[in-house]
Design a protein around this ligand. Structure first.
Ligand SMILES: CC(C)(COP(=O)(O)OP(=O)(O)OC[C@H]1O[C@@H](n2cnc3c(N)ncnc32)[C@H](O)[C@@H]1OP(=O)(O)O)[C@@H](O)C(=O)NCCC(=O)NCCS
Length: 134
């Protein structure tokens, strides 16, 4: 369904925007992965989803409250799913869900967190530009 801007996001994909293996270099003093590392991957997943929706240059303008419900550990495979929920004139709101596949037998999947990211399309002068759907 079109939103107020009249721009309808493409439907979700089954596949994650990105998948990444958690490495020892990214651990905090507790042995789990730094939250900031996960935030960085959330940003990347949102960017991949923004590009899927409309090919522009984008910058991140906001990331709403992110609550980590489960720890992420070395060896976990993170899957980050992105879906645009609103496409405005120059900005796009993207919901990102983060799942961790534990390296355990049998495999265990943990819902780590969700985030709402707003990305803004920019032009040559780095000013906001209108999003044109492909
Ligand atoms: C993003 C940026 C280009 C916006 O510039 P601006 O002059 O404030 O833009 P505008 O006020 O015209 O807003 C542009 C769009 O962003 C949205 N926006 C601006 N601030 C926002 C905020 N805090 N939260 C959500 N959306 C926001 C506006 O609603 C507008 O969307 P719309 O056109 O779909 O209605 C500018 O703030 C910037 O360059 N920020 C740094 C971005 C960056 O470098 N990020 C990487 C991390 S360092």
């Amino acid at each position: 369904m079109a939103n107020a801007s009249g721009k309808t996001p493409k439907p979700p994909r089954d596949e994650p925007a990105i998948r990444v293996v958690m490495m020892p270099r990214d651990t905090n003093g507790e042995g789990s992965i730094f939250g900031g590392v996960i935030l960085s991957y959330i940003d990347q997943a949102a960017y991949v989803e923004a590009l899927r929706q409309a090919p522009h240059r984008y910058v991140t303008v906001s990331m709403k409250e992110v609550i980590f419900k489960e720890p992420v550990r070395v060896g976990d495979v993170l899957s980050l799913y992105g879906q645009a929920t609103r496409i405005g004139r120059t900005s796009m709101t993207i919901s990102v869900k983060v799942m961790a596949e534990r390296s355990s037998i049998p495999p265990e999947i943990a819902r780590v967190t969700e985030a709402e990211v707003v990305m803004v399309a920019i032009g040559d002068n780095c000013e906001p530009r209108e999003i044109e759907l492909g």
